[in-house]
Ligand binder design. Structure first.
Ligand code: B1M
Length: 208
């Protein structure tokens, strides 16, 4: 089996212990971090499709996520090329009610490597927590909000609305996540939207 196929199969099967070694082998063979990341994202997409089809359940989805997270950790040095100059602070988190963090973590890595000081609030973050963190970091330039469920799209809307009506200023709000579209982002009053981690960096840099 090709190394890249092996990585994909092992992420899908949730073999968290095997994935880092396979990634190192692929990198040594000259496969780029981007190609490896795409293969792992495809694996997670297959996991999602199997879940939708009732072929697997939450525990299998969770162990695949652990393998993916290990893979992302392993790829981090290859994905990130630390920027020398600080571009300012960015507060990031997945909105209340939502526990998905792999995409958010990728956005974190890319934004950090572009030169931002990232404050990662994790998952299931309330609007109040975002607002309190902005108050504690008044020079923050970007607030990045992730939502992965159609059921947490209202939570994203409430969070953007609470931040915008808090009276706090001096930053831009960017949103993203699988069910989010540019139209929805506009509708809820976000300043920007990005479909993936790569474009999130470009968009965030364009905002400041
Ligand atoms: Co969940 N889950 N999950 N899940 N899960 C999805 C999202 C789902 C599509 C699966 C499916 O049914 N096909 C489905 C949502 C359906 C919908 O909303 N219509 C779903 C469901 C239903 C659920 C539960 C409700 C299941 C249940 O309990 N019955 C439950 C909800 C829990 C909760 O959050 N309250 C649940 C739980 C879980 C696990 C905890 C088991 C696990 C998450 C573990 C973790 O994250 N640590 C999990 C997983 C792994 C998935 C899938 C399989 C994979 C998600 C993933 O990491 N993808 C997912 C299916 C899928 O995605 N196809 C699924 C890879 C990642 C790189 O992509 O996160 O999309 P993604 O990030 C992308 C972009 O979206 C974007 O950049 C990234 C790529 O570069 N992006 C941004 C993300 N945030 C951004 C922010 C930005 C810009 C871009 O700017 C700020």
């Amino acid at each position: 089996m090709l190394k890249i196929q092996e990585i994909k199969a092992n992420v899908e099967a949730g073999k968290a212990k095997l994935v880092p070694g396979l990634i190192q082998e692929a990198l040594s063979d000259g496969t780029t971090a981007q190609v490896i990341l795409s293969a792992m994202i495809e694996a997670m997409s297959n996991v999602g499709n199997k879940f939708s089809a009732g072929e697997i359940f939450v525990p299998e989805m969770l162990i695949a996520a652990k393998a993916m997270s290990k893979g992302v950790d392993e790829l981090k040095p290859a994905l990130a090329s630390a920027g020398a100059v600080s571009l300012g602070q960015c507060i990031i988190g997945t909105v209340a009610g939502d526990l998905h963090d792999i995409g958010k973590n990728l956005v974190c890595i890319m934004i950090e490597s572009a030169g931002f000081d990232v404050i990662d609030l994790g998952v299931d973050v309330s609007a109040n927590k975002f607002i309190d963190t902005i108050k504690d970091n008044p020079d923050v330039k970007v607030i990045a909000l992730s939502a992965l469920l159609t059921t947490t799209m209202p939570s994203l809307k409430e969070t953007v609305s609470a931040i915008k009506s808090s009276g706090l200023t001096g930053f831009k709000v960017i949103v993203g996540g699988a069910p989010i579209t540019a139209d929805f982002a506009k509708e809820i009053g976000a300043d920007a939207y990005a479909p993936d981690a790569g474009s999130a960096v470009v968009t965030v840099k364009g905002l400041i």
